[in-house]
Write a protein that binds this ligand. Structure first.
Ligand code: FAD
Ligand code: NAP
Length: 307
């Protein structure tokens, strides 16, 4: 396999002490239908700042919401994955996009709204906001991206970096194979469905797989998750995963990595993993969940951003 050459990136050109001012130019719901999961596509204009052309897809942009927290301190920075390609949204280096889910929770009968995601989702075109970044050094496409195939695993808004990566790869004439495995609770929650469906129609080398967890059940009664696609959609994924120049990327909720690593191991795709002492001599089918969680780490062919 070719060496994976990651691009040099500039980090934290603007910090929370010295944020840049951006202007919101786009803000729309990016799920197919009205979903209780409200997810919006936002584009910021960073013209006139030192950030122009500096965000690479896979990195994150920081946002400082106005106001103070319950201790009277300014709200802390929140990070949002860049969902535009590295040359900017629509090829415009002064435009950076992200994909934001309104965060909300009910705990013991009290309803809480997330500070920054709701601030962002409420912004109107023309509103100004304070941004920082870029953030993130390793979760990137290689500079020699054409030397590899890619399998992207996303849960929920973990789709954000893959939108940009898929645009970047396919729209520049990439000839390898790209698969996107996307997981969400209901069909109404699928993010950017029209865009990815059209990309799959346009590019024979792009494979779009949706795993809907709360509608249908697998034959054994378990949920369809991104990791079960390794088994359920083997006809599409095996030919890509078995090539020795394929890289995998995971983005989304913490916990998704364990099931993916365990299912890759069960199918013998060991090159994506590093095993800690104690697991080498045990058949993957016999690993406990705890063992898969604690003793399996990503290899250099696996890129992981989960939290
Ligand atoms: P917060 O105000 O931080 O609250 C967090 C949660 O706690 C909310 O659900 C809120 O309702 C609840 N809550 C608040 N107060 C209480 C309380 N007293 N008791 C119980 N619950 C409470 N998010 C995206 O949407 N898109 C992205 O692309 C994205 N990319 C990310 C990339 C990285 C590298 C990281 C680290 C995070 C990313 N996130 C992304 C998450 C994002 O940074 C925020 O964490 C998220 O938007 C929630 O922030 P918030 O300010 O809205 O919520
Ligand atoms: P969501 O819409 O709730 O969808 C998550 C999907 O994953 C659901 O179908 C869920 O199924 C499924 N799931 C639950 N547990 C799983 C597991 N162990 N393995 C695989 N799939 C599992 O997602 P969301 O609210 O947008 O949240 C996505 C997560 O990604 C959040 O934690 C968010 O903060 C994070 N995120 C991270 C980054 C980053 O690190 N760069 C960027 C963006 C988002 P069920 O609920 O039906 O069980």
């Amino acid at each position: 396999m070719a060496e994976i050459i990651l691009p040099e990136v500039e980090l934290n050109i603007n910090s929370p002490k010295d944020p840049a001012e951006a202007t919101l130019v786009e803000n729309f719901v990016c799920t197919a239908e009205n979903s209780p999961n409200i997810i919006r596509h936002l584009t910021f204009d960073i013209s006139g700042t030192d950030l122009v052309g500096k965000f690479r897809v896979g990195q994150s942009i920081g946002v400082l919401a106005p106001g103070e927290d319950h201790r009277g301190k300014p709200h802390k920075l929140r990070l949002y994955s860049v969902s535009s390609p590295s040359n900017g949204e629509g090829g415009n280096s002064h435009l950076v996009s992200t994909t934001v889910k309104r965060a909300m929770d009910e705990v013991d009968g009290t309803f809480y709204m997330g500070v920054c995601s709701n601030y962002l989702c409420n912004l109107k075109v023309g509103d100004k906001l304070k941004v920082t970044g870029p953030s993130g050094r390793r979760y990137l496409l290689p500079e020699n991206s054409e030397d590899f195939n890619y399998v992207f695993f996303a849960t929920g808004t973990g789709i954000a970096p893959f939108r940009g990566m898929i645009i970047e790869l396919l729209e520049s004439g990439f000839k390898g194979q790209v698969a996107l495995v996307f997981g969400c609770p209901y069909r109404t929650d699928v993010i950017y469905p029209k865009f990815f469906t059209e990309m799959a129609e346009k590019y024979d080398n792009f494979h779009y797989i949706k795993m809907i967890s709360r509608e249908d059940r697998r034959a054994d009664g378990s949920k369809y998750y991104v990791q079960t696609a390794i088994e359920d959609r083997a006809e599409t994924l095996d030919p890509i995963l078995s090539q020795d120049n394929t890289l995998i990327y995971l983005c989304g909720m913490k916990g998704m990595e364990t099931g993916i690593y365990h299912n890759l191991a069960k199918k013998g795709f060991m090159d994506y993993l590093l095993l800690k002492d104690g697991l080498e001599d045990k058949a993957p089918a016999d690993w406990s969940w705890e063992e898969a969680k604690n003793l399996v780490k990503p290899s250099s062919r696996t890129f992981e951003e989960v939290y």
